[in-house]
Ligand binder design. Structure first.
Ligand code: SF4
Ligand code: SF4
Length: 242
């Protein structure tokens, strides 16, 4: 039976931990169920790309929409299957069927990363922890990692950069008073409704505001990293006046 007890152990940079996850561990895929798994806009884009679906179709088929408290910012969670174990829709007996484009939360586990913005310098301060869950037998394996080795192995660089950009907006103190309905809709379209986003980008008003040519719009729509940097800057400008 899955033992749910867990604790967080602070991890310093350079300190090592032992961990490996592979089909040979006795708990293989046991953790891919009954999860409250938040998907960042970058997670959603990468999963949709990997599954060769439009972002809107992915959102309709695989996510549940919630609103953050107190800002009311829209945020998506991966919808678990409607079966007894509430399994992830992508788990199979062979493992994760979306492994190359799995979300950031699945990549970083068993490490947890907490961030906060420096009150004076505005830089991001990060702290790392090891999530020790008793049901996870990966800690009994011999492979050793530092945090940096783990982040690199899990190809997290772009995920962390874009997730941090998004987090700085959604957690901004100015949003505590709550978004208006129009702002919520705007944030949803920019982050998750890329059919409508493409139409917005092609409108005369948006094109002239940002000086966008047809070529620039196509290049944004073809490059998810570029598109999200642009979208997050637009969100920050519109919601935070930056
Ligand atoms: S519980 Fe740990 S070792 Fe087992 S499958 Fe999940 S991550 Fe891998
Ligand atoms: S996306 Fe993959 S790794 Fe993440 S919970 Fe689902 S099956 Fe497991």
């Amino acid at each position: 039976m899955k033992d749910e007890s867990s604790f967080l152990k602070p991890l310093r940079r350079g300190e090592t931990f032992r961990f490996a996850c592979h089909p040979g561990v006795p708990c293989f895929t046991e953790c891919c169920r009954d999860l409250r798994l938040m998907l960042t806009p970058y997670d959603v884009l990468k999963l949709a790309e990997g599954l060769k679906m439009s972002v809107s179709d992915f959102v309709d088929n695989y996510t549940n929409l919630e609103f953050m408290e107190p800002s009311g910012f829209p945020v998506l969670f991966l919808a678990m299957r409607n079966d007894e174990k509430r399994r992830c829709p992508f788990v199979t007996n062979e493992g994760c069927s979306v492994y190359p484009y799995r979300p950031s939360a699945c990549r970083i586990y068993p490490v947890a990363r907490a961030t906060k913005v420096h009150p004076v310098h505005g830089t991001l301060i990060e702290n790392f922890f090891l999530v020790r869950e008793n049901h996870c037998r990966g800690f009994e394996e011999n492979k050793e990692w530092t945090i940096d080795e783990w982040l690199q192995d899990q190809e997290l660089k772009n995920y962390l950069t874009l997730n941090d950009h998004w987090t700085r907006i959604v957690m901004h103190p100015n949003l505590k008073k709550g978004l208006t309905e129009a702002q919520r809709r705007f944030a949803y379209i920019l982050c998750y409704d890329h059919d409508k986003l493409a139409k917005m980008l092609s409108s005369d008003k948006v094109r002239s505001t940002f000086g966008l040519t047809e070529k620039a719009i196509s290049s944004l729509m073809e490059d998810s990293d570029k598109l999200l940097h642009f979208v997050f800057n637009w969100l920050a400008m519109s919601l935070l006046g930056r």
